[in-house]
Design a protein around this ligand. Sequence first.
Ligand SMILES: *[C@@H]1O[C@H](CO)[C@@H](O)[C@H](O)[C@H]1NC(C)=O
Ligand SMILES: *[C@@H]1O[C@H](CO)[C@@H](O)[C@H](O)[C@H]1NC(C)=O
Ligand SMILES: *[C@@H]1O[C@H](CO)[C@@H](O)[C@H](O)[C@H]1NC(C)=O
Ligand SMILES: CC(=O)N[C@H]1CO[C@H](CO)[C@@H](O)[C@@H]1O
Length: 665
Amino acid sequence: MVNDTIDTVNKLQTALLLAEVFVSGLPKFTPYLKFEQRFQEWGLEKGWGENAERCKETLNFLSEVLQAPDPINMEKFFSRVPSIFNIVVFSIHGYFGQEKVLGLPDTGGQVVYILDQVRSMEEELLQRIKLQGLHITPKILVLTRLIPDSKGTKCNVELEPVENTKYSHILRVPFKTEDGKDLRQWVSRFDIYPYLERYAQDASTKILDILEGKPDLIIGNYTDGNLVASLMSSKLGVTQGTIAHALEKTKYEDSDTKWRELDQKYHFSCQFTADMIAMNTTDFIITSTYQEIAGSKEKPGQYEHHYAFTMPGLCRYATGINVFDPKFNIAAPGADQSVYFPFTQKQKRLTALHPQIEELLYSKEDADEHILADRSKPIIFSMARLDKVKNITGLVEWYGQNKKVRDLVNLVVVAGLLNAAQSKDREEIDEINKMHNLIDKYQLKGQIRWIKAQTDRVRNGELYRYIADTKGAFVQPALYEAFGLTVIEAMNCGLPTFATNQGGPAEIIVDGVSGFHINPMNGREAGTKIADFFQKCKEDPGYWNKMSTAGLQRIYECYTWKIYATKVLNMGSMYGFWRTLNKEERVAKQRYLQMFYNLQFRNLVKTVPRVGEQPPRAAATTGAAAERNQIVARPRERKPQGRVQRMMTSLLGPKPPTYEQNGYR
Ligand SMILES: *[C@@H]1O[C@H](CO)[C@@H](O)[C@H](O)[C@H]1NC(C)=O
Ligand SMILES: *[C@@H]1O[C@H](CO)[C@@H](O)[C@H](O)[C@H]1NC(C)=O
Ligand SMILES: *[C@@H]1O[C@H](CO)[C@@H](O)[C@H](O)[C@H]1NC(C)=O
Ligand SMILES: CC(=O)N[C@H]1CO[C@H](CO)[C@@H](O)[C@@H]1O
């Protein structure tokens, strides 16, 4: 944007002033080419904007920053600086692909999330590049593992274009065995550590080759992706962001103090060390909620858990990650709006799917217990995994107990399987049996429809809208919900939503304004709240529309992929700038981290057997391996209560010291 001829702040300020006065006199839409020469005379190069108006704004933002560098001006300016064109996203473990991968071990929501994220970032990049008057082609690479034994997926293909993008690709790089061959089979995310260092080198080489240079931003996902992103960003000197919404440490009870017992199975010693290295190396951390960082009054956040902890006999983190560090940022994901759009968009509605949806909701076949007798009532709807944390059975119980709700609405639940004999998961079997018992106990026949889990995203989108046509509502009764993607989906479809006040939904919904909070531990109160809503809708039909619209408004203001992409690219630009400051401090920290990596992490990695090797200590029994595979296939969400407080009090005393107490500046 600025030529070398401008080498002092004074010269820059003068140039900005001259140029700003000049473009102010031009018609707004005068293209940059028309006055490019004048800009160059003042020492200004391309990148200020595609036309006079845009240039004027950018010039003005920089003038403001030079006069008063407050956060708002900084963000405005850095959102305009075209500093990011090539992005690399690491999501290494599991089967990462666009077809036939969901449900394979270690492969699930993160794939959809990353692909949506990549699409939105590409769109945003293209728009920014155009608005700044540049002609540069961006590139985004999603780096994952190439798995030769690909189980009928494309995970054995090196380069695959990302659907609905122009410049984004999945790049797959294989793991290597010790004698340098490609490792053929899938590796559990818990056993992945011996391969990562080599992978980082091989991946870097490939990336430099394909991008014909360094990327401008590297984003990691999960422990393995974040560690490799850290190695690569340190080596190449590139801005790094990390995402780890599912930090493993918080999911397993006492996983720090009991690390020794668990290590053979999970290798938490490697994992938590890698997490600490990545958190400490990265320039910024992306979370989806505030609670993920610092928790709530009752519960510490995921990252807060990493502030201080001890792994007896291994190490003690006295000040691990400081949750008040400015590297923490919130950028919540959205829902794919081509799938989840409002029920009011009549021309886009997938009416061809209605016969199938009606069959799901009303048919008599293979659901003889659960036929809705009165089809004219609105439907309250819930969709989730059938496990304890999601507490779908809790919802059925509140419904059963609340006569008023039962009179006003039908209940439709999409969850798990209906036949316990078909399930292999112990927790699901318990919940299935509980469901059947509750339906009997409260004599819910005629008022409830229980449908087994549905995986067709497109049809599920239309299902939400179909429920909205009945003037119903979505209910998310989980005991704890880290983010709440279904809440976002329902709200995107215009379905008024009641969601748990434990976790992400507490932030997504403003209670009584854009939806409702319910306390999952107080079914009576939740039932009353739902009954009141439908009573009010009966008396005032405008009320339902009002809540539906308010929910949508909340989404459009805070929870779309577009907003996400804007935020993440702004972070890349802003933290990329901060990197250039405080070099000495950074170098010192980097040395410390390198030492930590070499002396601690590498040794821990040696305790993890490679595929086909015997573990260094006792051999893993078949039983343990089987159990591990089960956990891999279906990770448990953390138990929300009790443990957290116990840990905190046993390790830290009441709460970690605060920002001020620590004397941080
Ligand atoms: C800086 O300006 C001079 C003179 O206009 C030009 O020759 C040179 O290419 C410019 N440098 C850059 C980096 O654009
Ligand atoms: C980085 O690690 C050091 C050593 O554990 C710690 O003192 C510091 O607080 C960490 N900083 C961040 C931002 O994580
Ligand atoms: C589910 O919700 C019910 C009703 O609020 C509650 O009594 C029950 O304890 C919850 N289930 C679990 C597993 O905590
Ligand atoms: C395995 C894992 O933690 N993957 C995470 C990658 O990032 C997405 C989006 O934040 C998370 O949902 C996944 O949990």
